[in-house]
Write a protein that binds this ligand. Structure first.
Ligand code: ARG
Length: 456
């Protein structure tokens, strides 16, 4: 049965139904739709459209439908209805007859879908914040487990300067904290209720939109009815939050994939988050991490798709906007899955502390320290830089780290070099000297780690 029956003499074609029907995917909004309908029935009862008894009957019937929705007993597949809104209305009419036909008074599917989707996004933002907090917790625990380890830091994927392992973990913690705060900002901005805006122009019935907003858990009603029914900014923002956070997860995955490679071998991943090869028995592949990286494509795609869908739309509602849902449902689901698997991967990481330290020592990361040592003895920095470069060349020739060159050799480059140079060239020394706020020295890193531990 179609909702617009009276004006039409012919039914829809099968192909039209295929392109037009959204029930196959907007059924996800069933609970939000029923909640919205319950609140709407109260609003029109207060406006005199329903008696107290009628409203109660409608609310009871909707609650029965809600119970069926919660136990997955609603048969969507057998339904001829176009979307979730008409499905619930039809189910109500089936239960209550003509009384059910009163519910849609003063309401439109345009303000209904805007309300349902906002409610869905609001709820999912709460779940996602929890997921992000869990991922943050896993990173902080990993940092704490290997709090004194040192590993090479990279620029251009070349060993650059060594860093404390927790410093690396806490870099991602900062990203996750921003991901959380972006969602919290969005929660504030989208906290308005579209219900009561009707098709586009509001409704003639004297309904209390502030009360509706409060009953639905929104702070206030949307201010402009045209905007309320055609705004999907909150979905776009959620997709942007998802995309940015997935980008962070992808970089985390990329780092870990490299750390796990045969070439680096800094970490081992748990069997539970890796897979073997059907051909090569020795392989243990970081599939979970690769999927965290790979799923970025579809999540970023959902943001781009909705931006393009929205860009040319005149006010107010257009059916194009029905295309807002599938990408968003998928992106939120994939983001959730990736945050959960990130926790499992991180909890399984075993760090090879000795191998990390060994790698951190290679690459002449202490050449700058040697130059600074000479500066402290009165050599101008440019000259010191040059001397240190010559020492690196010599060490390279001998295939040794600088600190393995004997003092006599070092002194051929500068007589100012003495035995006190050796402690300066030690790995811990050069890491921990970077003890300013935000640096990788053991002092600022321990403080930062403790701050995070205190918040768990
Ligand atoms: N299924 C529609 C959607 O998701 C609901 C709104 C339909 N409104 C309309 N005027 N046809 O956008």
């Amino acid at each position: 049965m179609s909702l617009w029956g009276g004006r039409f003499q012919q039914g829809s074609s099968d192909m039209f139904r295929q392109v037009n029907d959204s029930l196959p995917f907007d059924r996800i909004l069933v609970k939000q739709d029923i909640t919205g309908s319950i609140v709407w029935s109260r609003a029109i009862a207060a406006a005199g459209v329903l008696t107290v008894a009628e409203q109660q009957e409608i609310e009871n019937a909707l609650n029965e439908l809600l119970a069926l929705a919660e136990s997955n007993e609603l048969d969507f597949d057998a339904s001829p209805e176009e979307d979730i809104h008409s499905f619930i209305e039809a189910a109500l009419i089936e239960k209550l007859g003509d009384l059910g036909r009163k519910l849609h008074t003063g309401r439109s599917r345009n303000d209904q879908v805007a309300t349902d989707f906002r409610l869905w996004c609001k709820e999912h933002i709460e779940f996602l914040i929890k997921d992000l907090v869990n991922a943050k917790t896993s990173l902080v625990k990993l940092a704490d487990k290997f709090k004194l380890a040192i590993l090479p830091g990279y620029t251009h994927l070349q060993r650059a300067q060594p860093v404390r392992f927790p410093h690396w973990c806490l870099a991602y913690v900062e990203m996750l904290k921003r991901d959380i705060s972006r969602l919290e900002d969005l929660q504030q901005r989208m906290n308005q209720s579209p219900l009561g805006c009707g098709a586009l122009a509001g409704t003639t019935y004297p309904i209390d939109r502030q009360l509706i907003a409060e009953q639905l858990g929104f702070a206030s009603p949307c201010v402009n009815s045209l905007d309320a029914v055609s705004d999907r900014d909150y979905v776009l923002e959620l997709m942007f939050c998802a995309s940015t956070s997935m980008m962070h997860l992808s970089r985390l995955a990329e780092d870990l994939i490299f750390f796990n490679s045969g070439e680096a071998s800094f970490i081992r991943l748990g069997d539970q988050v890796t897979s073997g090869s059907s051909l090569m028995p020795q392989k243990k592949n970081p599939d979970a991490l690769e999927l965290m990286r790979g799923k970025c494509g579809r999540v970023f795609g959902s943001l781009q798709a909705l931006l393009v869908t929205m860009k040319g739309l005149p006010l107010a509602y257009n059916k194009d906007m029905q295309e807002d849902k599938e990408g968003a449902f998928d992106a939120v689901n994939q983001w959730h899955i990736c945050l959960c698997i990130a926790c499992e991967v991180l909890d399984s990481v075993e760090l090879d502390v000795d191998r990390c330290a060994e790698a951190a020592k290679q690459g002449y990361a202490n050449a700058t320290e040697l130059a600074d040592y000479l500066v402290a003895k009165g050599v101008p920095f440019r000259t010191a830089h040059d001397i240190s470069g010559q020492v690196v060349l010599k060490a390279l020739e001998e295939n040794k780290p600088i600190e393995d060159l004997p003092l006599t050799t070092l002194q051929t480059f500068s007589p100012l070099i003495d035995n006190d140079v050796y402690p300066v060239l030690q790995l811990e020394y050069l890491v921990d000297k970077r003890n300013i706020v935000g640096g990788t020295g053991v002092e600022p890193v321990s403080i930062a780690l403790q701050n995070e531990l205190d918040q768990l």
